[in-house]
Write a protein that binds this ligand. Structure first.
Ligand SMILES: *[C@@H]1O[C@H](CO)[C@@H](O)[C@H](O)[C@H]1NC(C)=O
Ligand SMILES: *[C@@H]1O[C@H](CO)[C@@H](O)[C@H](O)[C@H]1NC(C)=O
Length: 361
């Protein structure tokens, strides 16, 4: 009997389940026990093409502390949530040609050692704060969001002080107020920001409309039952996780990326042109300043147009296995703002035509 049960369990994992609620996508969900009373939830969607042959990709949301399930319903997941709480199939879903596992992570207890934090969550911060933070002023100025006075006299010196403190490894308590001051000079206060920090071109109440209704949907009893998580509560983001990880804002992860590249693993980073929070200026700066064995090739490499259906939708450059792609008409959420581009980029990356400059072929 035990053996039969075991075989059944294995088969049900391999075969997945279907449910009209989820438009008959083939999926599996599970809560994986990490420690006593701690588990991690994942939702795995089988590839719509050839699940047994296609790659497996893991999607880990940033935040820190944002749920990866946001993307299941808004972004690169198989669904789009309609205003009336029904689902619609997303033709640009990343599981078109890959098995996609959306993992809700990290989980934190109240007390986490710094080491544990680093191992559970790292490169999703803006990679290198010493490059990212000063870029806030430059980006805002170049985008016409602040005056030259606000840039040269106010924002630039403050953000550069911040950068120096980080270089000296000053504690969070010391650099955080300076960082906040520098940012508030640009953005205004939290209640009345001068612009949408995730998309500087977005105005009005529609800016985060893709997220509307997610919480109502994912907290439905029938959805819980179908996902096997009855008794849980879904939250779009976790303050506990955010608070536990904010101390990592001073950490640069550029050397971790260099290590990955030098181990022969390809890396692609993407930025939306209209994103302030993780803006492309800071992104390009850390990418060029990253110390690795092809640094000068990368610095010397020229940007090329990135085409989707014959139209220029961004630009990219690359060296060896490293590429950076800057996406037009997109804020922070490239998968929502440029879904076709996003799927093309992903499919190129997981196949052997990953994004490379022409002279590298
Ligand atoms: C899901 O599958 C059922 C049973 O085969 C079918 O009746 C239904 O129309 C399908 N729904 C969708 C959205 O494909
Ligand atoms: C819900 O909205 C979608 C998209 O607007 C529409 O196609 C669908 O018919 C609506 N369903 C119901 C039950 O109202």
């Amino acid at each position: 009997m035990k053996q039969i049960i075991l075989i059944f369990v294995v088969l049900s994992f391999v075969l997945g389940t279907q449910n009209p609620l989820f438009l008959n996508e083939t999926y599996t969900t599970s809560l994986i026990k990490i420690k006593k009373s701690i588990d991690i939830f994942y939702w795995n969607f089988e590839s719509r093409s050839n699940p047994s042959e296609d790659s497996i990709a893991f999607w880990l949301a940033g935040g820190p502390g944002a749920s990866s399930l946001i993307s299941v319903l808004a972004g690169n997941g198989p669904f789009k949530l309609n205003k009336n709480q029904t689902l619609e199939s997303n033709i640009y879903a990343w599981n078109n040609q890959a098995n996609m596992v959306f993992v809700d992570q990290p989980v934190v207890q109240d007390q986490l050692s710094r080491k544990t934090r680093k191992s559970t969550y790292n490169v999703f911060l803006s990679v290198d704060p010493q490059n990212q933070y000063p870029s806030y002023g430059q980006f805002a100025f170049e985008s016409g969001l602040i005056s030259s006075y606000d840039y040269y006299v106010v924002a630039k010196p403050t953000l550069s002080d911040f950068s120096k403190l980080i270089a000296k490894k000053a504690p969070y308590k010391l650099f955080q107020p300076i960082c906040m001051k520098g940012l508030q000079n640009i953005v205004g206060n939290d209640e009345t920001p001068k612009f949408d920090v995730y998309d500087i071109m977005c105005t009005g109440s529609d800016c985060k409309s893709a997220f509307h209704g997610l919480s109502d949907y994912l907290n439905r009893a029938d959805v819980y039952a179908a996902l096997g998580v009855l008794g849980r509560t879904w939250q779009i983001e976790s303050d506990t996780v955010y608070d536990a990880l904010k101390y990592d804002y001073d950490q640069s992860f550029a050397q971790d990326i260099a290590f990955v590249l030098e181990s022969g693993i390809k890396v692609l980073v993407q930025y939306g042109y209209q994103d302030f929070v993780c803006n492309y200026i800071g992104g390009l700066q850390w990418a060029e300043n990253m110390n690795w064995n092809m640094q000068s090739d990368f610095q010397n490499s020229k940007f090329q147009d990135y085409l989707v259906d014959g139209k220029i939708e961004g630009k990219f450059k690359s060296a060896g296995k490293f590429s950076i792609l800057i996406v037009d008409k997109s804020g922070h959420m490239v998968t929502i703002d440029q879904p076709a581009l996003s799927l093309q980029m992903f499919n190129q990356f997981i196949s052997n035509q990953y994004i490379r400059n022409k002279d590298q072929y």
